[in-house]
Design a protein around this ligand. Sequence first.
Ligand SMILES: CC(C)(COP(=O)(O)OP(=O)(O)OC[C@H]1O[C@@H](n2cnc3c(N)ncnc32)[C@H](O)[C@@H]1OP(=O)(O)O)[C@@H](O)C(=O)NCCC(=O)NCCS
Length: 175
Amino acid sequence: MPRASSESSQGPSQGPSPEPLDIGPLGLEDRPALFDIFEDVVASGDGYPHRPPLTAADFEATWSGPSVTTVGARRGRTLVGAYYLRPNFVGRAAHIANAGYVVGRRWRREGVGRALVEDSIRRAPTLGFDAIQFNLVFASNPARALYERLGWREVGRVPEAVDGEDAVVYWRAVP
Ligand SMILES: CC(C)(COP(=O)(O)OP(=O)(O)OC[C@H]1O[C@@H](n2cnc3c(N)ncnc32)[C@H](O)[C@@H]1OP(=O)(O)O)[C@@H](O)C(=O)NCCC(=O)NCCS
């Protein structure tokens, strides 16, 4: 369950509680909503190195493929966030997953990202992974605090990875 939002700037703090968060595998019917969320993320330049505007090919390369698992978070019928899990390497290193998370702008800072990351920690072992590695977390990405709080440790740095900014490599065993 998401944490209650104590400092959200996304909307009024009073009023009805948001619908409960439902996390589960994505289907083809979710693709348009996922494209919209990811297109906005790519347009903002936050978190992913893709060049805007997002193309269908870049979207498919990120979110599709036989070895890619996609999971979404819904409030009611609305897709509010998602993540993918895929092998980060081939062969004998394929036990290490790579993951990427997105939350739609209007639903951020309400615990959706944390719920998705926690779900991926539980789900990755069921898919045969024993670790999750992030290859390219921008040094300035506020999500770093979330990853570090949830057990990832910095195992490397890529100098000037994206537009002159360093990127951090994170790893943690799962579960
Ligand atoms: C990163 C992202 C998935 C987080 O989703 P979210 O639903 O806003 O995350 P949560 O509400 O669960 O926040 C969890 C923690 O993340 C950190 N955090 C997330 N966004 C933050 C921000 N803008 N500023 C500061 N801290 C932030 C905080 O530590 C936060 O905990 P807190 O709310 O107790 O301070 C979302 O901001 C996003 O989609 N960003 C664009 C894409 C991206 O950067 N993805 C990660 C690629 S490595």
